[in-house]
Ligand binder design. Structure first.
Ligand code: ACO
Length: 440
């Protein structure tokens, strides 16, 4: 029977070490004993961008990137997308189990009755310029919520935490919709608690003069599915930001603002916005081969947005579900003309050696933007929609981090390659040295 250990020989000293292997990992701290001299700091690993480092043990989400598998708490994403609602999935992600009927009712009630925001937040929103990006507004207003709920600092009290969870999941659609209404100069539409989570969001986005907004059930369901698909994705950039910032002990509103800021980037949640801009720029199906050529010849500078993933080296299972759902949405909204270009891009890329060799497949952002656009969401709002769905995952991961006895404040190490110790030089001397160099 083989031992669950790793034998290491340090060729600098000839010494041998044996370190335990648990869950397919070794503890980086076990390497610290490997030293050249007694006063040596000890061996570290160098892993920019965390390409091969597990920063936590988690029970929330499982991904097998090679096989294109995504499960929340063990449940396959395909089953949740087909049978669940966003709030039920959010409960699952947060609590580990699907709710009973009574738990579900209680959960939906509590989220629904936390959808209102303080009128002061509305004033804060009003201070933004008309063309402010809604993600910037979301970062600020979610962060600002911490000033309204000072009790949120009590992160070790499970009851206090639960209240912040209701508030963050309840209020993020309201903040998102208000940011949009501000950008188009429309009066804010207040939450309607008779509607579902997604129905109410559509109401706050698009209600005009009607007293009761009529929700289209196909679009409502499409939004449910999109939010389910975005609910969690283990240790991605924004979740790592949530955990990293949260590890300092700050309240969840401030940590969530950091997560939203991370999501804003074009390589993360901002990619769906970039996909749409890219498709518009390409303009027509016949220009696709030229664009693919440009991507390949750019040496990585021009990217096929919505393609590739750090973890998936196969078709992103979320992209498959969205692609299937697109037809149902387009039956209501009319076909998005950019779909032709997207399908052609996918067809050509999936036959091309460059993309095959690098295992670049469509990710969740490739088709989601086309659906959002057909539903009349402006392009700026795409990453905001991502943030609404992801809030449950951020909070689940934050809670798990707080309860994890192994966790401490996140503080990576570095390999210092800068100047050795040297003495301060007075400015007169620096100038004299510069003058001498110029003359020379
Ligand atoms: N188009 C063209 N080439 C690509 C793409 C792409 N979309 N993605 C990666 N590559 C190439 C890189 O140039 C590199 O080529 P090289 O080996 O010749 O240098 C190789 O594939 C590996 O790429 P990396 O950047 O090292 O891969 P990494 O895992 O760091 O990046 C990422 C993953 C950021 C998602 C990347 O694939 C990308 O930029 N995609 C486009 C943006 C995007 O769609 N982001 C959304 C991700 S999903 C999400 O966040 C929800």
């Amino acid at each position: 029977m083989s031992k669950d250990t790793l034998s290491i020989t340090d060729n600098r000293t000839g010494k041998n070490y044996e370190v335990p292997i648990e869950h397919g990992t070794i503890k980086a701290l076990d390497l610290r004993q490997i030293k050249v001299a007694a006063d040596d700091f000890g061996l570290m690993t160098y892993d920019p961008a965390f390409m091969n480092t597990a920063s936590c043990q988690s029970r929330v989400t499982f991904i097998d990137g090679e096989r294109g598998i995504l499960n929340y708490r063990g449940y396959p994403i395909e089953q949740l997308a087909e049978k669940s609602t966003y709030l039920e999935t959010a409960y699952l992600v947060l609590n580990g189990e699907l709710p009973t009927r009574a738990q579900h009712e209680d959960w939906v009630h509590n989220v629904t009755y936390h959808t209102m925001i303080h009128e002061n937040v509305k004033e804060l929103m009003g201070a933004f310029r008309y063309d402010a990006h809604p993600m910037g507004m979301l970062v600020s207003t979610v962060g600002a919520l911490s000033t309204f709920y000072p009790g949120a600092k009590d992160i070790h009290d499970p009851l206090a935490r639960r209240h912040q969870v209701y508030r963050l999941i309840g209020k993020i659609p309201t903040l998102a919709a208000f940011a949009y209404r501000h950008s188009v100069g429309m009066p804010y539409a207040y939450p309607d608690n008779d509607l579902s989570y997604c129905g109410n969001f559509l109401n706050m986005m698009f209600r005009m003069t009607e007293t009761k907004y009529k929700v289209n059930p196909v679009l409502e369901r499409a939004l449910e599915v999109l939010f389910i698909l975005h609910a969690d994705h283990e240790q991605n950039c924004s979740t790592s930001a949530m955990r990293g910032v949260g590890s300092s002990g700050v309240d969840p509103y401030s940590a969530a603002a950091a997560a939203i800021a991370a999501l804003y980037g074009p390589l993360h949640g901002g990619a769906n916005e970039q996909v749409l801009r890219m498709l518009r720029e390409i303009g027509s199906k016949d220009k696709v081969p030229a664009f693919i050529r440009e991507v390949k010849e750019s040496g990585g500078d021009v990217r096929l947005m919505g393609f590739g993933h750090r973890v998936y080296k196969n078709y992103d299972p979320r992209a498959k579900i969205i692609k299937k759902m697109a037809d149902e949405v387009f039956e209501v909204t009319g076909r998005n003309p950019l779909l032709e270009i997207a399908l052609e891009l996918e067809r050509i890329a999936l036959e091309d050696e460059y993309f095959l060799k690098r295992k670049l497949y469509p990710n969740v952002d490739f088709y989601s933007g086309l659906i959002y656009q057909a539903m009349k969401f402006p392009v700026d709002m795409f990453p905001v929609l991502f943030a609404i769905g992801r809030m449950s995952g951020w909070l689940a991961q934050w809670q798990e981090m707080i309860e994890d006895k192994d966790q401490k404040i996140a503080r990576p190490r570095q390999v210092y390659l800068g100047a050795p110790r040297r003495d301060y030089v007075a400015v007169e001397k620096r100038m004299a040295r510069e003058a001498a160099l110029t003359v020379a």
